[in-house]
Write a protein that binds this ligand. Structure first.
Ligand code: BG6
Length: 515
C-alpha cells in the first residue's frame, strides 16, 4: 500500500463552466468500472472530453478505467480515443484529446477480484503522491447491475470508501434495483459501506437541459403558478416515444420491459418535477424533499385496479422511417412467447391539494412513429364560448407543451382570431426553441452529471428514499402483470402511434396528443 500524503488539496483555480460554479471541482481521480462497456463508449468518455474542452475538469484530473478485457494502458487509450472521435458532440481538438488520454490508466480484472482493488489503491496512491496531496475519489459504476453491491462491498473491504483528507463518492448507474425489494436491498448494501451523502444514483434525464428548464419555467415565471393546479388544469400527458427497437439489448430488455426501463425512473422524475411544490432553494435535499412528497402522494393502483389504470403492449412487425422491422418477439434473443412489454401507458393521480382529481397520463414505447419526449399540460376549456361562430376551426383548451427532445423548447397554444370579417377562432402556438433562442448547443446530460458528482452536488441525483418511493408506485403494476400469464398482450405495428387499447385509459372525451 502506498503512503498517503495528507496535505489538503488546493482549491481548483480553474475557471469553471459558466453557471456550474456553485461548488468547485476539486482535483479528482475518477475510477470508471465497466469502462469498456457501451455506456462508457457512447456517453462517459465523450462527456469527459467535452468537459476537458470546456476547461471544466479540475486542474488535476486522473482517470482509471477498470474492466475485464485483457489489455494494457495504451490499448485502452486507443479505445477511448475511438469512442471520443466517434461520439463526441464536438470534433475533438488534438491537443485537448491527447491531454486527456495521456494519463489514463487501465486496471484489468473481474469486479470481485481483490487484486483489482489492491491495484486500484496503489494507482490512486501514486496519483496522490505525484500531486503531493490526496485527490478526491469518485467511483463510477457503469457495469451490469449485479456488480453494484459487489463493487461497493469490495471498495469498503479495501478501505477505499473513505480517505483521510479527501472526499470519496460513488456514482451508481441505473437500473437501481429490479423491484422495490431489490432496490431496498441494494440501498442497504451500498449504505452499509458509504454514507448517503457519498452516493450519487444516476437518472440521466435529470441532466438534460430541458428537464431542468421545467423548473426554470415554473419557478422563474410568475405567469404559470396561478394556473398550475386542479382549478385550471384538466390533465397532464407525459410521453416518451422512441422510434428505435431494443438494439442488441434483448438480454437486458427481456427482464426489464418499458415500465422498469423508462417509467420507473425517467418518466416519474418528469412527473415529480412538474408537480412538486416550489423548493425553497435549488439545493439537493430541499429539491428532493419536494419530489418525494409528490411521489408519496401517488396512490399506487391496487391489484384490482391495475387493468383499468394501465395498458401494456408489444410491437409487432412494421415499417419505421421507411425500413421494414421485425416484431419484438422476432428480435434476436427474445423468446417467441415473450410477455415483456415494449409499450406502457398509465393513468396516475397525485392525491394532494394541488392535484387531486387531475389525471396524469404517461405513455412510452419502442418502435413508435417518431422520437419525442414531451410534457403537455392541458388546461380546462373556457367556461363559455361567447365567440363561437360557424367557421371556427377547433377551439381547444390552452396547452403548455415542454418538448424535452428533439427540437427542445416550450410552446403555449392560444385561441386566435382567423383574419377576416367573421369572428372565427383557431389555435396558434406561441413558442421558443432552444436552438434558436440561445444559439448554442446544449451540453449532454452526462457532462453535467459527471461534473456534479465530482463536485458533490446531488441535486440532480436520486436519493435512497426517492428510489424506494419510485419503485413503490411501480411494484404493484409489475406484480399484477407478472401474475397475469394468460391474457393476450396487445400488439401494435412498429412505426405506429401505439396500441388502440391505450385510448381506453383516457376518459371524459380526452384524447392522447398526436404522435
Ligand atoms: C435509457 C433506456 O435509460 O434511456 C433506453 O435504458 C432508452 O432503453 C434511453 O432508449 C432513452 O434515453 P434518451 O436520452 O435517448 O431519451
Amino acid at each position: 500500500m502506498s503512503a498517503t500524503p495528507v496535505a489538503a488539496a488546493p482549491e481548483s483555480g480553474n475557471p469553471l463552466v459558466e453557471g456550474l460554479e456553485r461548488l468547485p471541482v476539486r482535483p479528482t481521480s475518477l475510477v470508471v468500472f465497466g469502462a469498456t462497456g457501451d455506456l462508457a463508449h457512447r456517453k462517459l468518455l465523450p462527456a469527459l472530453y467535452n468537459l476537458a474542452h470546456d476547461g471544466a475538469l479540475p486542474e488535476r484530473f486522473e482517470l482509471i478505467a477498470v474492466a475485464r478485457r485483457d489489455q494494457g494502458h495504451d490499448d485502452f487509450r486507443a479505445v477511448a480515443r475511438e469512442s471520443i472521435e466517434r461520439f463526441s458532440r464536438r470534433v475533438p481538438d488534438p491537443a485537448t484529446l491527447e491531454g486527456l488520454l495521456n494519463d489514463m490508466r487501465y486496471v484489468q480484472g473481474t469486479f470481485d477480484d481483490d487484486r483489482v482493488y489492491t491495484e486500484l489503491e496503489r494507482t490512486l496512491g501514486e496519483f496522490d503522491e505525484q500531486a503531493g496531496y490526496q485527490l478526491n475519489r469518485t467511483f463510477y459504476l457503469s457495469t451490469s447491475p449485479e456488480f453494484f453491491p459487489v463493487i461497493a462491498g469490495k471498495l469498503g473491504a479495501a478501505g477505499l470508501n473513505r480517505a483521510a483528507t479527501a472526499e470519496v463518492r460513488i456514482v451508481i448507474e441505473k437500473p437501481f434495483g429490479y423491484d422495490l425489494a431489490s432496490a431496498r436491498q441494494l440501498n442497504c448494501e451500498v449504505l452499509g459501506v458509504f454514507d448517503e451523502s457519498q452516493v450519487f444514483r444516476i437518472d440521466h434525464y435529470l441532466g438534460k437541459e430541458t428537464v431542468q428548464n421545467l423548473m426554470a419555467l415554473r419557478f422563474a415565471n410568475a405567469l404559470f403558478e396561478p394556473v398550475w393546479n386542479r382549478n385550471y388544469i384538466d390533465q397532464i400527458q407525459i410521453t416518451a416515444a422512441e422510434d428505435i427497437g431494443i438494439g442488441g439489448r434483448a438480454g437486458y430488455y427481456e427482464r426489464a420491459g418499458a415500465l422498469r426501463d423508462l417509467v420507473q425512473n425517467h418518466m416519474l422524475q418528469l412527473l415529480a418535477l412538474l408537480a412538486m411544490e416550489p423548493p425553497t432553494a435549488f439545493e439537493a435535499n430541499r429539491l428532493r424533499d419536494e419530489k418525494l412528497k409528490v411521489l408519496e402522494a401517488i396512490v399506487p393502483p391496487t391489484t384490482d385496479h391495475v387493468s383499468a389504470m394501465t395498458v401494456r403492449a408489444q410491437y409487432g412487425p412494421g415499417v419505421v422511417g421507411g425500413v421494414a422491422v421485425p416484431g419484438y418477439r422476432e428480435e434476436p434473443g427474445v423468446a417467441s412467447n415473450s410477455r415483456t412489454e415494449t409499450f406502457a401507458a398509465l393513468r396516475l393521480e397525485v392525491s394532494n391539494w394541488r392535484w387531486a382529481g387531475v389525471p396524469f397520463y404517461l405513455r412510452t414505447g419502442k418502435q413508435l412513429a417518431r422520437k419525442v419526449t414531451e410534457i403537455a399540460v392541458i388546461l380546462k376549456p373556457v367556461p363559455h364560448i361567447a365567440l363561437q361562430s360557424s367557421g371556427s376551426v377547433g377551439i381547444q383548451a390552452n396547452q403548455i407543451v415542454l418538448t424535452v427532445q428533439p427540437d427542445e423548447g416550450v410552446s403555449v397554444s392560444l385561441g386566435a382570431k382567423i383574419p377576416g370579417a367573421r369572428m372565427r377562432i383557431r389555435p396558434v402556438n406561441m413558442e421558443y426553441r432552444y436552438g434558436t433562442a440561445f444559439m448554442s448547443e446544449s451540453p449532454e446530460a452526462y457532462e453535467r452529471l459527471i461534473l456534479d458528482a465530482m463536485r458533490g452536488d446531488a441535486t440532480l441525483f436520486t436519493r435512497n428514499d426517492e428510489i424506494e418511493a419510485l419503485w413503490g408506485i411501480i411494484d404493484p403494476i409489475l406484480s399484477a402483470w407478472q401474475h397475469d400469464t394468460t391474457s393476450t398482450i396487445p400488439q401494435y405495428a412498429a412505426g405506429s402511434s401505439g396500441p388502440s387499447e391505450a385510448n381506453g385509459l383516457l376518459d371524459g372525451g380526452r384524447k392522447w396528443r398526436r404522435l
